[in-house]
Design a protein around this ligand. Structure first.
Ligand SMILES: [Zn+2]
Length: 238
């Protein structure tokens, strides 16, 4: 019965998005226990490499929230997660940002246009705008995505990385800011192929330091199913 109640609470919007239980203390998505759990996860951000910061590890709770952000059109979710990460106060993420030159420019990974039409929004833009609002930076749409007619799902991981290499093009302003740090922003970091392709698209002579910031880090091995589902939509729908 508990499972049925949890599910119906979730579906009808009365339950916690983390545990599914109804609570009068929803904020509006999580009960106090799940909110505390989220804040705790945020204290352990991931650095898959020295230039990349992932605000949360991939856990059932964080996965559910990002899923809601990507597919549920919950517009405040990006901001909700960013504000509960260690970017605020004395946290690990705040330290990472604290060492970098300001101002900050957040460049969202663009969605494929067919996907944008279907979904109506780009979750990476919402994350970029939440990061900009918390750090005092700004969102810059400096990248766009080219169309490909090759299905990513039929390629091996190496071929896929290669295929995504030319997927982005830069659309830079005539005059770039003289100083600051650029962040490529995405929802999940897995193999890094997408964000690397974005960094490359900015060009070898790009004058500002470029970092990567995502909401989640997913181990490549456990990400395979998600990645396949994601890329099937990304590359086969035209
Ligand atoms: Zn809960």
């Amino acid at each position: 019965m508990d499972i049925v109640r949890s599910f119906s609470n979730f579906v009808f919007g009365m339950g916690c998005m983390g545990c599914g239980r109804s609570s009068e203390w929803l904020d509006p998505w999580l009960c106090p226990a799940c909110r505390d759990a989220l804040v705790k996860e945020g204290r352990g951000p991931k650095h898959p490499n020295e230039d990349t910061l992932c605000l949360f590890p991939m856990q059932p709770l964080t996965r559910r929230l990002v899923h809601a952000l990507k597919y549920g059109n919950i517009s405040g979710m990006a901001s909700y997660m960013v504000r509960r990460s260690s970017l605020r106060g004395q946290g690990d993420a705040a330290e990472f940002f604290g060492e970098l030159a300001r101002p900050f420019f957040f460049v969202p990974v663009p969605l494929h246009s067919s996907r944008f039409r279907e979904r109506g929004y780009n979750q990476a833009e919402r994350i970029a705008s939440a990061l900009a609002s918390v750090t005092g930076g700004k969102v810059c749409r400096w990248l766009w995505r080219r169309s490909f007619r090759v299905s990513q799902t039929k390629l091996s991981r190496g071929q896929r990385a290669l295929n995504v290499t030319g997927a982005f093009r830069a659309n830079l302003p005539g005059e770039l800011p003289p100083r600051g740090t650029v962040f490529i922003v995405d929802d999940v970091f897995t193999t890094g192929a997408t964000t690397s392709a974005c960094v490359s698209a900015l060009g070898r002579d790009f004058p500002l330091p470029v970092k990567v910031c995502t909401l989640l880090y997913d181990e490549p091995a456990s990400a395979v199913m998600d990645l396949v589902a994601d890329l099937r939509m990304e590359w086969e729908v035209f």
